[in-house]
Design a binder for this molecule. Structure first.
Ligand code: F6R
Length: 264
């Protein structure tokens, strides 16, 4: 794992956005794995600005989102489809037909999960997958105890996740307790994985992800097995790590190497 520790959320978003910019510049027809939640919003704003500036185009890109609430239509303001349209897709030159979010209103969700896996495979697999992380170490809606080789499927949310996400729902509004989520195996198949985390409330999950044992008790710890995973965090999210100086030293050396290679 590459551990990148930056000053604050703004730097984290910029670093993460640059990884997507590099990917799209290298391969305009990239398959992008996207996430919802508060963490990626600043990264998406960055990508929108870079798209408007002409640095990147999404015209040939295809996207697959990690997850969706089961039982919400795409036009429901709390659905992840609605979120993605509002936060990213409506503001960039992507063809909306090339954007995929698991269908929360599928008549047969089990079949819909299989179809989602097939669509990813038909697109050639995900080139770069963006992840946030839950306080309990979840990625997508893969909560603790999720199978480490699981595929896209229907999952029950934990009470902690329901409570964390309750802030987005009105008090008398129906809040789903089920989701469709890419599995951990689906995420691990991505060629590159970029996990972003900011703030003190993610510090424990980051500690378990980076320095804990590989365990289904912290689904994100599975990234220790990925050949190209980048963990981009701010100082607050790094505050429980034992080896901060070591990670910063490695990243500084990485950057020196990249600068040297770029000069050649
Ligand atoms: C969202 C998702 C979730 C979030 C996680 C963190 O698509 O898959 O795993 O990434 O719950 O959410 P925030 O960023 O709101 O703290």
């Amino acid at each position: 794992m590459q551990i990148v520790i930056l000053k604050d959320a703004t730097e984290v978003a910029e670093y993460g956005a640059n990884l997507f910019v590099n990917q799209l510049q290298k391969k305009p027809a990239s398959v992008l794995g996207l996430a919802t939640g508060s963490t990626p919003v600043a990264l998406y704003q960055n990508l929108i600005a870079r798209n408007h500036a002409g640095d990147i185009s999404f015209a040939n890109a295809i996207s697959f989102n990690l997850d969706e609430y089961l039982g919400l239509d795409g036009d429901h303001p709390q659905s992840y489809r609605y979120f993605m349209n509002q936060q990213l897709f409506n503001h960039i030159d992507i063809d909306i037909n090339n954007t995929h979010v698991p269908p929360g209103n599928a008549a047969d969700p089990i079949v819909a999960c299989e179809v989602y896996e097939q669509q990813i495979a038909q697109a050639g697999g995900i080139d770069i997958q963006l992840l946030g992380i839950g306080r309990n170490g979840h990625i997508g809606f893969n909560e603790p105890s999720s199978g480490l080789t699981s595929r896209t499927r229907v999952k029950t949310l934990t009470k902690a996740t329901i409570e964390d996400n309750a802030r987005f729902f009105a008090e008398d509004e129906y809040q789903p307790h089920l989701s469709i989520t890419m599995g951990i195996g689906t995420i691990l198949d991505a060629k590159k994985v970029v996990l972003l985390a900011t703030g003190e409330n993610k510090a424990q999950a980051i500690k378990a992800t980076v320095e804990g044992p590989l365990t289904a008790a912290c689904p994100a710890s599975v990234l220790q097995m990925h050949r190209n995973a980048v963990i981009v965090i701010d100082e607050a999210a790094s505050s429980q790590l034992a080896d901060v100086d070591f990670y910063k030293h490695i990243e500084a050396e990485n950057q020196k190497l990249l600068a040297r290679l770029a000069r050649k």
